[in-house]
Write a protein that binds this ligand. Structure first.
Ligand code: GLY
Length: 598
C-alpha cells in the first residue's frame, strides 16, 4: 500500500490542524484526570499449533451447514468460504449476492500471510456525476438507489473464482454445489426476508425479471413459503463450469447487459469482462498486545479502527464508570468518522494521508482534544453531516483445522439492492452506487455526504464501511465482522473492546450497541443499551442521546437493534474453538466441528 503524507488533491492540512486547535480550546479544561496505562502484554504460553477442529459463524444456518459440508469433503477455509458466500447469496438476497460485492480477509496458515480480496463493485463509464442529477440539477434519489443506474459492476462472482482457484483445494464446482442445490430446491422464507420485500415491493415489481422470481400467481413471497430460484441455480452452474467467463462473458453477461439496457441503464460488455478482484495488503497494528488485521481502503473501516483504538489505547477503560467509558469511546468514534468523510476513497484513484491518520502521534493529538467529562460539540470539528446508513449486508467468519482463516463481509448495499433482476439470470443487482458521493456536498437517500475523495468515476470503487477483522494475541485468534452500514465500524470496535476485556465470542455478539458518527451530533443506542442513569450521566456531559426503547427511560418507545455480528475464536492455550452468532438474527448460526487437520 502506498502511503502519502499529504495529497495535492485534497487540502488535508485544513482538517489535520483541527486537533491542535481543539487542544488549545480545551486547555482551559480541568487537568486530564484519567489514568494512563501502558499497552498490556499477554504472557507467552504453551499454545497449540493447529485448532482441534473447525468453526463457522454466518448469517444463515444453511450457509454455515454448506461451509461445514465442504470442510468435511476435504476443503479448507477458502473452499468453505466459497460455499458459505454463495449460499448466503442464495438465502439472503436481502443482504448480498452474485450481483454485489464484498471484502474477503484471508489468513494462510502455511505461509502466515494475510491478504484482503477486494471484490467491491466499480462504477461503469455511464455513471458520471451528471447522470445522477435531475432536470433541476438536484440529486435524482430514485436513480441513486433504485434500478440500473444504482448498480455498480458486480465483484462477488470473481471473488468466488479467485478464492477457489488461488487459495482453495477443491474445484469451484464442488464448493458451489450446495448453493446450486439450495437455489434449485428452495428454502423457507424467513420473517426478515418477507418484511424486507414488502418495504421494497414497489421498486422490485417495476422489473419483469424481478417479478418472475418474487411473485407467485401475482402474490409476493410470504414467511414460510419455499423460495426456489432455478434461474439463479443455472447462473451458478455456468459459473461453476466456466469460472470467470461463466458470469462475466457469454450467456450470463449477455442477459445482464440486456436486462440493464431494457431497464434504461448502460453497461458495456468490456466493463463486465474487465472486472478484476484486487489483492490488497490489510492494515495491521497493535492494540493492548493484540495484533489487529483489518480492511484497508476502499473500506473506511480499518483506518477508522486504527484511529479509534489508538486514541483509546492508554486509558484503563475498565476502571471507569460506564458513562465515562461510553463518553470516551464516543469521543473516539466522533473523531474517526469525521476523517472518514473527508479523506477516504478508492486507493487506486485518490491519494490519502493514511500514514498520518494511522499514526500514534495523530491519535495523541486527537486524544488531547477530548475532555474527560464533557462532550466535544461536533461543530468544533469542521465538516458536514453524515447521518446513519441502512443496515443490510452480511458477514461470516471461519477458522479451519489447519488454522486458515476467512473473515468476509459481502453486500448488495440496501435492502434487496437495486431491486433489479435482469431477466433470466436470477441475479439481483446491487445499489452500491449510492455509496459514492454522487453529488459532492449533497446528502444521498440516507443523508450521507461525501466529497472529492469518494466522487464517482469510471472504474472507481465506492467507499465502504465493511470491516472484516482478525485479532491475534499469543493465545487467542479471533475473526469478527458484521453488517450494519456506517455502524459496522463501531460494532467491530465494541467487539474488539469486548474481546480485550475477556468476553467470549457469544458475549461479544450479544453486546449492547451504541454509535456516534460525528454528525449528526448524537449518540444512537440500541433498545436497552443504556440504563436511565447512564443516559442521564451522558446528557449531563453534554451528549445528545437517542434512545429508541423504553419511554420511562427517556426513549422514543420504539424498538431498534442493528447488526448481525458473526465471530469465531480459537483459544490456543485452552485448545478450544468457539463461535458467536448474533442473537438479533434468528436464522444465523455458529457451529464448531471436530475435524482432523486437513
Ligand atoms: N454498502 C455498505 C458498505 O459497503 O459499507
Amino acid at each position: 500500500m502506498t502511503l502519502h503524507l499529504f495529497s495535492s488533491r485534497i487540502n488535508h492540512r485544513r482538517f489535520l490542524v483541527v486537533p491542535a486547535l481543539l487542544a488549545l480550546l480545551l486547555s482551559l479544561a480541568p487537568e486530564f484526570a484519567l489514568a494512563l496505562a501502558p499497552p498490556a502484554r499477554t504472557e507467552a504460553a504453551t499454545v497449540a499449533a493447529t485448532p482441534p477442529g473447525a468453526v463457522i459463524s454466518s448469517g444463515h444456518r444453511l450457509a454455515t451447514e454448506a461451509g461445514l459440508q465442504i470442510l468435511a469433503e476435504g476443503g479448507n477455509a477458502f473452499d468453505a468460504a466459497v460455499a458459505v458466500s454463495s449460499t448466503l447469496s442464495v438465502v439472503e438476497p436481502i443482504s448480498s449476492g452474485l450481483g454485489g460485492g464484498g471484502f474477503f480477509l484471508l489468513h494462510d496458515a502455511r505461509t502466515g500471510k494475510d491478504v484482503m480480496l477486494d471484490a467491491r463493485e466499480y462504477a461503469p463509464e455511464s455513471a458520471t456525476p451528471a447522470a445522477f442529477l435531475d432536470k433541476n440539477g438536484e440529486l435524482d434519489r430514485d436513480r441513486s438507489v433504485n434500478g440500473p443506474w444504482s448498480a455498480g459492476i458486480p465483484g462477488l462472482p470473481a471473488a468466488l473464482v479467485e478464492l477457489a482457484g488461488k487459495h482453495g483445494r477443491l474445484p469451484l464446482a464442488q464448493s458451489l454445489a450446495p448453493s446450486i442445490r439450495i437455489a434449485r430446491d428452495g428454502f423457507p422464507v424467513y420473517a426478515r426476508m418477507a418484511k424486507g420485500y414488502q418495504s421494497r415491493r414497489e421498486v422490485m415489481e417495476r422489473y419483469p425479471g424481478t417479478r418472475a422470481v418474487y411473485l407467485r400467481n401475482g402474490k409476493p413471497i410470504a414467511e414460510g413459503d419455499i423460495f426456489r430460484q432455478p434461474e439463479l441455480a443455472h447462473t451458478l452452474e455456468l459459473l461453476a463450469s466456466k469460472g470467470f467467463d461463466g458470469f462475466y462473458r457469454g450467456e450470463t453477461a449477455r442477459k445482464l447487459l440486456k436486462g440493464v439496457k431494457q431497464a434504461g441503464g448502460r453497461w458495456t460488455a468490456e466493463e463486465l469482462a474487465g472486472y478484476r478482484v484486487k489483492q490488497r495488503t490489510p492494515l495491521s497494528f497493535d492494540y493492548h498486545g493484540w495484533k489487529i488485521t483489518t480492511a484497508p481502503p476502499p473500506s473506511s473501516g480499518g483506518i477508522a479502527l486504527v484511529e479509534m483504538l489508538q486514541i483509546l489505547e492508554p486509558w484503563k477503560l475498565e476502571e471507569l464508570d460506564e458513562a465515562h467509558r461510553i463518553h470516551l469511546v464516543v469521543e473516539a468514534m466522533r473523531r474517526a468518522y469525521r476523517d472518514r468523510t473527508f479523506f477516504l476513497g478508492d486507493p487506486d484513484f485518490v491519494d490519502m494521508p493514511l500514514a498520518v491518520l494511522a499514526s500514534r502521534d495523530y491519535a495523541q493529538g486527537l486524544r488531547a482534544t477530548i475532555h474527560p467529562d464533557k462532550a466535544t460539540p461536533s461543530d468544533l470539528l469542521s465538516g458536514k453531516p453524515t447521518p446513519l446508513e441502512d443496515d443490510e449486508t452480511t458477514h461470516f467468519s471461519i477458522i479451519d483445522a489447519q488454522g486458515n482463516r476467512v473473515g468476509a463481509t459481502q453486500t448488495v448495499n440496501l435492502l434487496y439492492g437495486s431491486g433489479l433482476i435482469p431477466a433470466g439470470t436470477g441475479v439481483l443487482l446491487n445499489n452500491e452506487m449510492d455509496d459514492f458521493a454522487l453529488k459532492p456536498g449533497t446528502p444521498n437517500a440516507f443523508g450521507v455526504m461525501g466529497y472529492e475523495a469518494n466522487a464517482p468515476k469510471a472504474g472507481k470503487r465506492m467507499l465502504s464501511s465493511m470491516t472484516p477483522t482478525f485479532m491475534e494475541s499469543p493465545d487467542r485468534v479471533v475473526v469478527l465482522g458484521t453488517p450494519g452500514g456506517s455502524r459496522i465500524i463501531t460494532m467491530v470496535l465494541l467487539g474488539i473492546l469486548g474481546y480485550d476485556a475477556g468476553l467470549s465470542p457469544q458475549q461479544v455478539s450479544a453486546l449492547p450497541r451504541y454509535h456516534h458518527q460525528w454528525l449528526p451530533d448524537v449518540i444512537s443506542a440500541e433498545s436497552g443499551a443504556f440504563s436511565t442513569q447512564v443516559a442521564d450521566a451522558l446528557k449531563a456531559m453534554g451528549h445528545e442521546v437517542d434512545l429508541p426503547g423504553d419511554t420511562a427511560a427517556g426513549g422514543r418507545g420504539s424498538s431498534h437493534v442493528w447488526g448481525s455480528l458473526q465471530t469465531v475464536m480459537w483459544d490456543r492455550k485452552a485448545g478450544t474453538l468457539s463461535g458467536g452468532s448474533d442473537p438479533r438474527n434468528p436464522v444465523a448460526e455458529a457451529r464448531v466441528v471436530e475435524q482432523a487437520s486437513p
